[in-house]
Design a protein around this ligand. Sequence first.
Ligand SMILES: *Cc1c(COP(=O)(O)O)cnc(C)c1O
Length: 396
Amino acid sequence: MSVSQQIMEQTEQSVLHTYNRFPVVFDHGEGVHLYDAEGKEYLDFAAGIAVQALGYGNQAYNDALKAQIDKLIHTSNLYYHKPLEEAAAQIIRHTKMSRVFFTNSGAEAIEGAIKAAKKYAYTKNGGGQYEIVAMRQSFHGRTVGALSVTGNDHYQEPFQPLMAGVKFADFNDLDSVKEAVSDKTCAILMETVQGEGGIYPADPAFIKGVRALCDEKDILLILDEIQCGMGRTGYWFAHEAYGVDPDIMTCAKALGCGVPVGAFVLNEKAASKSLLPGDHGTTYGGNPLACAAVAKVFELFDEMDLVEHVRTTAPYLEQKLDDLVSRYDFLQTRRGMGFMQGVVVKGRPVSEIVKKALDNGLVILSAGSDVLRLVPPLIITPADIDEMISRLEAAF
Ligand SMILES: *Cc1c(COP(=O)(O)O)cnc(C)c1O
């Protein structure tokens, strides 16, 4: 039995079976490549689900984490530490927002954003304005609150009843949002670019219309940028592409480039009338190790001009994918922004293509029921894109 087979069999004996994992054991990574326990090389266009924006083995990033581990890993939020100040300042510097709360995951960032929105309405006019309007086909995480605003019946059904007061509207359909909004609505929540649901960017008129609706009714706009944020679309955060600012934004995934960390980030209006001492907390959230990672990630993105790299390289990726779509009958269309791209597949199971790609040394993802999803490390070059296309065609 190979080393990999042994690890896989033993894992299945003790880890709760909530994932049908692909039969590969990853051992280490370098740049945009992963290596399995037998030493086979893979080109990675999944980045651990849009997390490893810097790829693998970035020496400056690794050194910063190692140095922080030797200094201080954890303190709790009862005390100050410098990485917290630095990480929060970096987020503020790169957005128009004014306050940050660090969490350990994306789902927890959503939980915090929901609480902040409810507290904002409560501060303004007491109880009663608690409803959240969220979108169908969305994804916001697996905790009970985040699941309650995730527009996916299959994910929700076994866990009903979930959080009360959630109404669903259709993404990119402003009328359906207007219908769902009432005088009980405290927030509208959506991804700027829907990820898990199948890579659907917001229509400019839609997101601008939602912003105007929120302004008119003093409802908070929560934009989930957990997957589409951190440079992935060729903007630091995807909403910049639309000229629309959220009241609260959620981040995670690439925020720590591998260290588990998320954040919800508030503008002055939302921050000044929402969560106060005693309203929210976390033991680990924003600990020195996580914050050292966040601060270094921003520093390296700036040094490497990574967001600009995405913006200038994305047209090449789009052109190559469009070319692929035109050459294969079972590929229908491409959609996405920057390095967040989906290719719609018809008449073939997407999961089979993902599996075949893996056999051919290419790591990619699916999204929705029929979309091939590409969310590579942001450091990929045109040569990596060529290699991806060649391995994907081998899989076809
Ligand atoms: C991944 C994701 C989440 C959940 O993040 P976790 O860290 O898995 O809890 C929430 N929203 C979006 C848009 C995501 O892509």
